[in-house]
Design a protein around this ligand. Sequence first.
Ligand code: MN
Length: 422
Amino acid sequence: MLNIKANNPNLKSWVSVPENSDFPIQNLPFGIFSINEEYPRVGVAIGDKILDLKAIFELGHLSGLPFKASDFDSEYLNSMMMHGKEGTRALRDRISELLNIENTELKGDAEKVLFNQNEAQMHLPVMVGDYTDFYSSEQHAYNVGCMFRDPANALLPNWKHIPVGYHGRASSIIPSGQSIHRPKGQQKPSETEPPVFGPCKLLDFELEMAFITYEGKELGDSITTAEADDYIFGMTLFNDWSARDIQKWEYVPLGPFLAKNFASSTSCWVVTLDALEPYRVPGPIQDPKVLSYLEYSGDKHIAIDLEVLIQPENGEENKVCHSNYKHMYWNMNQQLAHHTANGCDIHAGDMMASGTISGGKEGEYGSMLEISWKGTKPFKMNDGSERKFIQDSDTVIMRGYAQKGDLRIGFGEVSSKVLPAK
Ligand code: MN
């Protein structure tokens, strides 16, 4: 395993970290925050606090590293990420050193550089240049195949040879906390009647994780599975909102379009791939054998415990799904190698989402389509109501963390409320 200093499980911080916090000193995720609607800037989460990187840079605590003021005095992480894995790894190591319980360099300035998370506004962490959505969970692909085709031929013939994906829409990726309006669009509710236009009736979430890339190679060059880790900055929780009735009518023959591009919500703290290294696990055996450019060595899957909750207006949270990122068939290295196999270029801030992450059992399905099995098995809520799909005024919340022994690092949450159609 990589020896990354900031991951040492014995480290402790002088900033107090509550038990079960997502943000112990071994995490140190990056994000964009503002206080009192002032300018957004780069911060790092520690316990219930945010360390202001713009402030510590100005105080001279990052001298010796190749960063400049505008890397942190910025409304996106992209500029900081242009320093690549080597740069951000050195930065995270330095932040870990400054927050270490034995370090006194920042203590006199604590009031100037630490802010309360609950007083901060979080923003979209990166300027997303391009967004790709994969379809890499076998159970999800199988479930959808069973519902819309037949269980004997649930997976299409290409599925175990290609990490299937499509190009999505970057402009409508929104940060946690931002509400969405129920989309409108064309649907064809009856086989025998013409299509209609109106508010989506089958609004769904998709439990996904996204990875965010560094600047890649030149157009025409490819990234191998062995190189992929060096091109992945970090990960977020990702809710790929889906309008099932619009999707069903429009997707033939070119795939998802308006059923997907009205909104996708991301969590705001980017947990670095470096911080996730200790949670690597082996992936499934891939049979049939994949083509050589998709072969990989080492453990490239990651165990991240994931859950989805639906909270009705003024109601309690209802857990509708408990899944895990380790259930993926294709890992990020294979996804990135496939994405660039034809010479397609990637850039700092591109987001690539996993596809819906469903486990093998009921209770582990990552969309309402599967949970309610196309609406035939409504989910019973604590308040006695039922959900086949998402209703107006429902808030959908996703949370995730990786854990080993007593040490746990998390992502915070991605939460968005559904408002009526405009
Ligand atoms: Mn999706």
